[in-house]
Write a protein of this length. Sequence first.
Length: 246
Amino acid sequence: MARKGQLRVQRANTVINVTSRRQEQDIYRALQNVVNTLDSRYGEEVTFSHNVQWYLKDIVSLLQTSFPEDKFHYHFDTSSIRPDGGILCVLGVDNEAYPILISEVKNQGTNDLRLKEGKPKQARGNAIERLGKNLIGLRAALMRESIFPFVCFGYGCDFEEDSSILDRVSTMAIFGELNKICLHNKLDGRLNRGSFYFRPERWQVTEMTRVMTEIAERALLYYFSKYGRSHFYTVPLEHLAEESKG
């Protein structure tokens, strides 16, 4: 078990590790805010990690362990799912990573710009449909849990109220309500929707931070409830109690 002095070093290693281009994106600014908040509230007890991708081989391995009665397959060790904001996890004492936040951001629609330039409208695009592959893989990876800590922020003129593209999003959300946090699965865990925030206007960092922080913290508390806090605490509980008295 790590002591408090060691924890500070460990937490330094959980700094979001992405290229400078992605670090400049709003989703990563919001993610850093989330990490800072969680670290201030729980960082003395638990360790967080962040990955930019989730390899299919690791998802298949997890599925095979969780559901040994069936077989799961993939083709290439290099294949992975790469959510725009990566995967934020809390580490168990066995060093297994438990996802508490998976985030995406999508921009779609250019007709507003074309109209300003005096150009005719184009058919609305289908960039949002590329989310489908990721969703299938991520939902499968989280099948053993009763939460789906996924959120996607979409913006652009294709998501105006009169746009049929919104129904494509609703379909991906398994017909759940948009612009609302949906963390816990419904129907005895079978309905793992996730959270989908879509509108024409660009999402601000403060808005994404608020939603992402709530999802991550509630997911963390879910794991505490299911597996017990001692499964994640990198400092023995009795040691924490002694320090709190001092």
